[in-house]
Design a binder for this molecule. Structure first.
Ligand SMILES: NC(=O)c1ccc[n+]([C@@H]2O[C@H](COP(=O)([O-])OP(=O)(O)OC[C@H]3O[C@@H](n4cnc5c(N)ncnc54)[C@H](O)[C@@H]3O)[C@@H](O)[C@H]2O)c1
Length: 265
């Protein structure tokens, strides 16, 4: 079961799992028609499970539909999320509430309802897509960062509660990924490619594929069978790097002042 599977990271996660032989229930706010065709093309059994992950009754229906269609659920990927970039002092309560509802309450409801089925089975893996913003404070993202920090707290708590009954719960913390969300955030004036590439030790954005491979690892009971309650950074080294910018650039063999120097030449 993959939420927010119509585009971006979710789409790639759904495809990667399908390629590994999973039957895929693909959720988004609407039926992700193009994605279903892609999944079928690689031979996967598919189900369309449209609906808002933050709505309790809708989530209950999703479980009913998946159990009716597939009879079991081995993996839940809580990927659906929204971004909100605005200075904290200007953030409306409505923006705050909606961001928390989709990014944190949604994964809670999905985990609670699908988790009950996994607990009945005695097996399952839940993977929550948090963010580097779930580990660090990044300005102008009060609600988003709070939701992603909260998602790691939820991950660890569910791991503690359910690990002993066969259900593992982990998080993936992507750095910046080239998706429509990134395009929309950049269009709103938040940052540029150069800002991200300059700060990332590996000097590039993540590809959705980078995130999908980490999800596939955490989904697999053989590869990650003893990994539980972990927040796995997939960020090109962002979270672990305490270097200052000129040092980072020097280590990459770049001019220490990077684009700023080039711009003044
Ligand atoms: N792109 C990045 O740089 C980045 C970095 C770190 C973490 N993330 C996280 O990864 C996840 C996916 O990001 P993305 O870049 O692919 O985003 P995206 O905006 O490209 O795709 C998100 C998908 O989720 C769906 N969605 C939104 N609200 C929903 C809801 N209430 N119910 C069901 N579906 C809903 C959207 O329709 C969309 O198809 C998000 O949780 C995001 O916060 C993204």
């Amino acid at each position: 079961m993959v939420t927010g599977a119509a585009r971006g990271i979710g789409r790639r996660v759904a495809l990667t799992l399908a390629e590994r032989g999973y039957a895929v229930a693909a959720n988004d706010l609407f039926t992700p028609a193009e994605v279903l065709v892609e999944l079928e093309r690689v031979g996967a059994e598919v189900l369309a499970i449209p609906g808002d992950v933050s709505d309790e009754e809708t989530v209950r229906e999703m479980v009913r539909d998946v159990m009716k269609g597939f009879g079991r659920v081995d993996v839940l990927v809580n990927n659906a999320g929204i971004s909100a970039i605005v200075p904290a002092e200007q953030m409306t309560l409505a923006d705050w509430d909606r961001t928390l509802a989709v990014n944190l309450t949604g994964p809670f409801l999905m985990s609670r309802e699908f988790g009950k089925e996994m607990l009945r089975q005695g097996s399952g893996s839940i993977i929550n897509i948090s963010s580097v913003a779930g580990l660090l404070g990044i300005a102008d993202r009060a609600a988003y960062n709070a939701s992603k920090h909260g998602l790691i707290g939820l991950t660890r708590t569910l791991a503690a509660e359910w690990g002993g009954r066969g259900v593992r719960v982990n998080a993936v913390c992507p750095g910046w990924v080239k998706t429509e969300m990134d395009q929309e955030d950049q269009a709103s004036g938040g940052y540029t490619d150069a800002d991200i590439e300059g700060h990332t030790p590996m000097a590039r954005f993540a590809r959705p594929e980078d995130i999908a491979q980490a999800v596939a690892f955490l989904a697999d009971p053989v590869l990650s069978g003893y990994v539980n309650g972990h927040a796995l950074s997939v960020d090109g080294g962002w979270y672990g790097d305490g270097s200052w910018e000129s040092l980072r650039r020097r280590k990459r063999g770049e001019s220490p002042r990077g684009i700023y120097e080039e711009n003044t030449e």
